[in-house]
Design a binder for this molecule. Structure first.
Ligand code: ASP
Length: 591
């Protein structure tokens, strides 16, 4: 269409984000996408965009009517090359780094015509989630996603820099492995060459990194793709990236020191935050008791207080039949209206939170109390609860009750909700925390067996080893989780490096010796050949980047994510394969 052969240079002398007033008068060539154009009288203004920014192009009807007409024929997202002179803009745009200049275009060439984009490709878009995922490559042109991917890149580089300096080797491990479930369900890949046999995709490189330690590579890391075929909860991806690490001749403290260092380094280099103190630590028990979760957001207090002793047995049926009664104190909340309290009751009653109802006590400014259970309790009871929960005049005590685990969970969700409402979960504040002393095992009621809370290769705390035989439920794991702002950023452990103990552990988890040998034989075998004491950690890279980017969803920090149902909306995967492929794989579907 508009074809201009005689460009004096290649596609570009500059990108769309770099020209400044100092460049005025210079002849330049730019290439990029048409973000939008505006016709004003005899002038046409076009925003040209590339990865680096936006530069305004100007066409003047009086000077070159044909060229101006060409510009007017351009549509959104057309790809063009232009040549022209940098001029100072009379109407400067302070919001744009190139806002002091514009290009007076002399030549233009259409490099690629665009179909009408299905949504507006600007900072604010009119496209819904699913539509934008279907056309992810168009969404990727938008500034917010671009910023996120650049952040991801920068963090990956800094992580590599830090770990390299600490002496870690980046080593890749295979993506087609043997099915060795670590807790979640494996994705499997049928083998064509080996009839009826399957590879699995790794849930993590766990076993391989341990084998690397046995291989003598005492500091390993990798930005590893992990695959877990789990029921999808909000903000979960079936494939995700871990900063996966392992070290030999280390104890828990050594691993924690190196990775606390990594987080501090990232806070410094990416956020400009100098975090000099040691990260606080909390036992799993304390976290559950005070925050109702093993990943507490400690940017704010509002801890849970156990009121079971004080509130039960006073004739209020709801409390009397509860296994646990707990409350949180909302500072300054005594003024909450009926409507606000109803909203909170609705919140805790949501199926995903699961509380039956909520009791409140207002501690009014004049020293009196008012509650939703005035009929059952007198003021001195309520005052006692308040004392226990550390309330002051003007505060509001919110109380939930029921079965212990569920109630703690609901209280933890209510606490986070109140933290949001009171703006106590400040953006830009990073509150890291190590959670330690997890139980080694948890009881799986459905399968009537223990399962590893972390994974089957986690060692017990040495001092708890004697309990393993008779009280396995009391044994604590030599494991640690890193939590930042209520987000589980990573977890790891010191591993079992002894064949006999590993065998005992697998048997505790319900594996017969034959099953253990069949599934984990190569690891058990390797442990016989001089396995060094070792331990490691894996950080959820997508989550870490989202946390640093201040985003809600990891999806916004992954170039090509799956949707909430685990589908790739763009490529439409998963999908059926041809009969020929099925035949080659020796697979047949039962009706
Ligand atoms: N492989 C573990 C996981 O993916 C992390 C670790 O123990 O290093 O959770």
């Amino acid at each position: 269409m508009y074809f201009c052969q005689n460009f004096s240079v290649m596609y570009r002398t500059h990108n769309c984000g770099e020209l400044r007033l100092d460049d005025a008068g210079e002849k330049v060539t730019l290439s990029g996408w048409i973000q939008r154009s505006r016709d004003l009288g005899g002038m046409t203004f076009v925003d040209l965009r590339d990865r680096y920014g936006i530069t305004q192009l100007v066409f003047n009807m009086d000077q070159d009517a044909a060229l101006c007409q060409e510009a007017r024929n351009l549509g959104r997202e057309d790809v063009v090359r232009v040549e022209g002179i940098v001029r100072e803009r009379s109407n400067k745009n302070k919001n744009l780094v190139t806002g002091d200049i514009e290009i007076e275009v002399q030549k233009i060439e259409l490099l690629s015509k665009s179909a009408l984009p299905p949504f507006t490709i600007e900072e604010e878009t009119d496209g819904g989630d699913e539509l934008r995922m279907k056309y992810r490559y168009l969404d990727l042109r938008r500034e917010p996603l671009k910023k996120n991917l650049i952040l991801r890149h920068r963090m990956a580089q800094e992580i590599r820099k830090y770990l390299d300096k600490e002496g870690f080797l980046e080593i890749e491990t295979p993506a087609l492995i043997r099915s060795t479930p670590e807790g979640a369900r494996d994705f499997v890949v049928p083998s064509r060459l080996h009839k009826a046999q399957f590879y699995a995709l790794p849930q993590s490189p766990q076993i391989f990194k341990q084998l690397l330690m046995i291989g003598g590579y005492d500091k390993y890391f990798q930005l590893a793709k992990c695959f877990r075929d789990e029921d999808l909860r909000a903000d979960r991806q079936p494939e995700f990236t871990q900063v996966d690490c392992e070290m030999s001749f280390v104890e828990k403290e050594d691993v924690m020191r190196v990775f606390e260092g990594l987080i501090k380094y990232l806070l410094e280099t990416i956020q400009g935050i100098h975090y000099k103190d040691e990260f606080p630590r909390m036992t799993y028990g304390e976290a559950m008791e005070k925050y109702g979760t093993d990943k507490p957001d400690i940017r704010f207090g509002m801890e849970i207080h156990d009121l079971t002793g004080e509130a039960r047995g006073r004739g209020f049926r709801v409390f009397d039949t509860a296994g646990f009664i707990g409350g949180i104190c909302v500072p300054g909340g005594a003024g909450y209206s009926r409507k606000q309290l109803d909203q909170l009751t609705d919140f805790v009653r949501r199926p995903q939170i699961g509380a039956g109802g909520m009791v409140y006590v207002k501690f009014l400014g004049d020293g009196s109390v008012k509650s939703s259970v005035d009929k059952f309790f007198d003021a001195s009871d309520l005052m006692m609860w308040g004392e226990r929960a550390g309330t002051c005049k003007g505060d509001l005590l919110l109380i939930l009750s029921g079965e212990k685990q569920g109630t703690l969970f609901a209280l933890s969700e209510l606490r986070l909700e109140m933290g949001n409402r009171l703006d106590m979960r400040k953006e830009g504040v990073f509150a890291p925390l190590w959670v330690v002393d997890f139980p080694l095992l948890e009881w799986n009621e459905e399968e009537k067996r223990y399962q590893a809370m972390h994974h089957p290769f986690t060692s017990p705390l040495p001092e708890d080893l004697p309990l393993l035989k008779d009280h396995p439920e009391k044994v604590r794991a030599n494991a640690y989780d890193l939590v930042i702002n209520g987000v589980e950023i990573g977890g790891g452990s010191v591993r079992i490096h002894d064949t006999e103990l590993q065998g005992r552990m697998l048997s505790l988890l319900g594996f017969t010796p034959e099953q253990a040998a069949s599934q984990f034989g190569f690891l058990l075998e390797a442990l016989r050949f001089g396995a060094p004491p070792h331990g490691g950690i894996a950080l959820g890279f997508d989550r870490l980047v989202a946390l640093f980017g201040g985003g809600e969803s990891i999806r916004d920090y992954i170039a090509f994510p799956k949707n909430n149902a685990g589908r790739d909306m763009m490529a439409d995967a998963p999908n059926f394969i041809s009969q020929k492929q099925l035949n080659e794989l020796h697979l047949r579907f039962r009706e």
